[in-house]
Design a protein. Structure first.
Length: 256
């Protein structure tokens, strides 16, 4: 028994609820539904399973999750915007249960999507997985960023600099900040018991972003497409544990 086993057990429960929420949403992602409807489904599912949607009223945010479409990088606000054939959508869910947080996001394709978009989505997912696979005590935060950046840029895409992963446990956002770009062997050393997110945002064009007048929605400055995946992770004695893996085995599109 280690001194973080109770924390990890609570993180598993919260992460599992967040992952099951995305699993539930998967079959509902189709042309003609609104992002507000996705928000409603998520809120009700988390509530009915004993949790609470962390984004709701967080710093004034008025929805239960983030829906980021096409050139939206992150923090897209659900609305009456209807999904169309060819859209790409990131859904970012955070569930609180027993005061602990599970934070995860996945990309969804609406109908048939272009080859370049599919390549962007696949590269983003693979970059996150490559970074997760190196995790163990003793490596540095910079190693995570280096792993993502080198793979993404080799594939002709760019890593967003303005947003990063973050520590998470019984607080939504805490230290450390987990940058998705960087140099090997720099930054804080990982140690057992640490819990944080890895959530690379990858653009098809340049990495520059701007935040719209609503104070939340971040978009690519050059209007290029953007993609993101996110997992909540804990560092164990000799490796890592992913708290937000899909119960149904959904990793990246196509899911069904």
């Amino acid at each position: 028994m280690n001194n973080y086993s109770e924390k990890f057990e609570k993180m598993r429960i919260a992460g599992n609820l967040a992952a099951r929420t995305l699993d539930m949403l998967t079959e509902n992602i189709k042309p003609g539904i609104s992002t507000d409807y996705i928000d409603k489904l998520s809120y009700e599912f988390i509530r009915d399973n004993g949790g609470y949607s962390a984004p709701l009223f967080y710093r004034g945010f008025k929805k239960s999750l983030c829906t980021s479409l096409n050139h939206v990088v992150c923090h897209g606000v659900p609305s009456d915007r209807v999904l169309n054939e060819g859209d790409a959508l990131n859904i970012d869910v955070t569930a609180i249960i027993n005061d602990y947080y599970g934070d995860t996001s996945r990309m969804f394709c609406v109908g048939k999507t272009p080859v370049k978009l599919n390549n962007l989505i696949n590269t983003t997912y693979e970059a996150m997985i490559r970074a997760i696979k190196i995790l163990k005590p003793g490596i540095k935060l910079g190693d995570i960023g280096f792993e993502i950046q080198s793979f993404v840029e080799k594939n002709g895409f760019s890593v967003v600099r303005d947003f990063c992963g973050h520590g998470i446990s019984n607080t939504f956002h805490e230290l450390p900040n987990v940058l998705h770009y960087g140099k090997k062997n720099t930054g804080m050393e990982l140690r057992p018991g640490m819990t944080f997110t890895i959530e690379p945002m990858i653009n098809a064009g340049k990495y520059d972003v701007k935040v719209l007048a609503d104070g939340w929605t971040a978009v690519t400055k050059d209007k290029s497409l953007s993609a993101q995946f996110e997992h909540t992770i804990g560092i164990t004695e000799n490796g890592y544990e992913i708290f937000t893996e899909s119960v149904k085995g959904y990793s990246k599109p196509p899911y069904l």
